[in-house]
Design a protein around this ligand. Structure first.
Ligand SMILES: [Fe+2]
Ligand SMILES: [Fe+2]
Length: 195
């Protein structure tokens, strides 16, 4: 794996340039589902991404409710950690399958994809660091809540900052990944990816 190209780091890039998303212009997002090569794998990939987005948003809303005093500490404590653990495991598992299985297949499909998949793999490393930070600040939040309301609120502030950053980088990554993988499936069909 190469280091991220500085201009294209996940923290700050506004999207992928055309020379990396080489097929994006040929396959506009709004036309994807109507394309004859749009199959089960493409639909499944997008459903997984949508569920990751939704899980992150549900956690953010729950945390905001707790910080605003709309959700009691006891109820928050009960619901928060299982949902956070599920979300982070889901995200980590999804990235592992992409890194170990699918990305090597995409690279073999078309040599022009090389730079894009280097970038996506680097994104996974960035996101993994954020994921670990969010897991740690989530655990700290649960511990601090046991010490009292003030300590709990301060820990919730720290957790919310970390979680917001994760949500931001994840959102960028998911959109950019879709801009690479879905047009690639439409161009080459899904068969080379499902063998
Ligand atoms: Fe990914
Ligand atoms: Fe993905």
């Amino acid at each position: 794996m190469t280091d991220a190209e500085p201009m294209l780091h996940l923290d700050s890039r506004p999207g992928l340039p055309d020379e990396i998303a080489v097929l994006r212009a040929r396959y506009p997002r709004t036309d994807w589902p109507r394309h004859p090569n749009y199959g089960e794998l493409a639909a499944f990939w997008r459903r997984v991404h949508d569920s990751l987005r939704r899980e992150g948003e549900v956690l953010a809303a729950m945390t905001a409710d707790f910080r605003a005093g709309h959700l009691r500490a006891a109820e928050f404590q009960q619901r928060f950690m299982p949902q956070l653990a599920h979300h982070l495991q889901h995200l980590d598992g999804h990235h592992r399958i992409e890194d170990d299985h699918y990305f090597p297949l995409f690279r073999r499909l078309d040599r022009r994809f090389e730079r894009g998949f280097d970038l996506l793999e680097n994104d996974h490393d960035v996101i993994h660091d954020d994921l670990r930070r969010v897991a740690a600040s989530g655990r700290a939040l649960m511990q601090e809540l046991a010490r009292g309301a003030d300590a709990g609120q301060r820990a919730a502030d720290r957790y919310a900052d970390d979680a917001e950053r994760l949500l931001h980088v994840l959102d960028r990554h998911l959109i950019d990944e879709e801009d690479l993988v879905i047009p690639a499936m439409l161009e080459h069909g899904e068969r080379p990816l499902t063998r």
